[in-house]
Ligand binder design. Sequence first.
Ligand code: AMP
Length: 112
Amino acid sequence: MSSCIFCKIVAGQIPAAVVLETSDAVAFRDINAQAPHHYLVIPRKHVEAIKDLEDADQALAGALLLAARDVARQQGLDSYRLVVNTGPDAGQTVFHIHVHVLGGRGFAWPPG
Ligand code: AMP
């Protein structure tokens, strides 16, 4: 989608600190890191949010989780948190699915 900032990162039109690329996904450092390790894993395909995934996107959904696993492995993280904010009330601000991979510190539960 031409106005989507994460589509522009996928297309190489704006810079990002990319740490992993697969046929389905791209992972890069979050520009406003909330932990010593903070990456975003996004699908190459534009899908606004988890609630917009279709049954036919099963492989894509799995590919995102596996890419998140691989980013964590590559970065030497054994304990980490994955977050997928879905909708404004949950804190989603960029409407292109992204899995946050957060690590390098402890995390509280329940989340805020
Ligand atoms: P969310 O609030 O779950 O939608 O997360 C959006 C995330 O995207 C935030 O953590 C932002 O810091 C991050 N972000 C926004 N623009 C960029 C960018 N150009 N490069 C890297 N991260 C970004």
